[in-house]
Design a protein around this ligand. Structure first.
Ligand code: COA
Length: 176
């Protein structure tokens, strides 16, 4: 047994970072948190800043909504980071970055990001988890678009998110 691969008893808890925009967190994201929690000792759901995506919910609200949505996962916690995800992983002592892989269309960008992250931090593995087929086509922007046009978005998001989106829609309608 090499030092790079110590026995489970000799190492600390296996921590995974699940980074994303989570704007908002979806049921598909929650499923990935649940799956990651079965594999790792602890999962940090980490809200990062995507360079080109405008925000829908402010980061503080996203953090609160994620906290409420993953409250049933005892080993999950929620954080916000700026800068590189691999630097955040190192600060937290995380062994892995978890990403959900929904369809082949995700693959190219995830592959690129996974390779870049490995080049920056060879000690941090990227682990891809696959959600249930029902979640494959869902994304945060799709849900935002359905909501913007008055469609039924509630089945795609945890209840706290649905409530926050309804409140936001009502506020917008009130102000027009
Ligand atoms: N269920 C539903 N939707 C899912 C999903 C799932 N299981 N998994 C991903 N998605 C959706 C998201 O809703 C999002 O949809 P949108 O584009 O419509 O908003 C899309 O897939 C991808 O988003 P997400 O997983 O949140 O990733 P991201 O690309 O928005 O976030 C960061 C990227 C923040 C993790 C990344 O930019 C980052 O790490 N930034 C920090 C800088 C850095 O280190 N960069 C990498 C080095 S090159």
């Amino acid at each position: 047994m090499t030092q790079a691969n110590p026995p489970a008893s000799a190492r600390g808890p296996r921590i995974a970072v699940y980074p994303g925009s989570f704007d908002p967190i979806t049921r598909g994201h929650v499923e990935i948190v649940e799956r990651a929690a079965r594999v790792f000792d602890a999962v940090i759901v980490a809200v990062g800043r995507h360079p080109t995506k405008p925000g829908y919910f402010p980061v503080d609200e996203r953090l609160a909504l994620i906290t409420a949505s993953v409250a049933h996962v005892a080993t999950a916690r929620v954080a916000h980071f700026t800068g590189l995800v691999v630097d955040f992983c190192r600060r937290e002592g995380a062994a892995a970055i978890v990403r959900g892989l929904r369809a082949t269309s995700d693959f190219e960008s995830e592959f690129q990001m996974g390779l870049a992250n490995r080049d920056l931090a060879p000690d941090v593995e990227t682990v891809f988890l696959i959600p249930r087929p029902e979640q494959m086509y869902v994304s945060s922007s799709l849900i935002r678009e359905i909501a913007a046009h008055g469609g039924d978005f509630a089945r795609y998001v945890p209840e706290p998110v649905a409530a926050a989106m309804r409140a936001r829609n009502a506020q917008r309608q009130g102000s027009t």
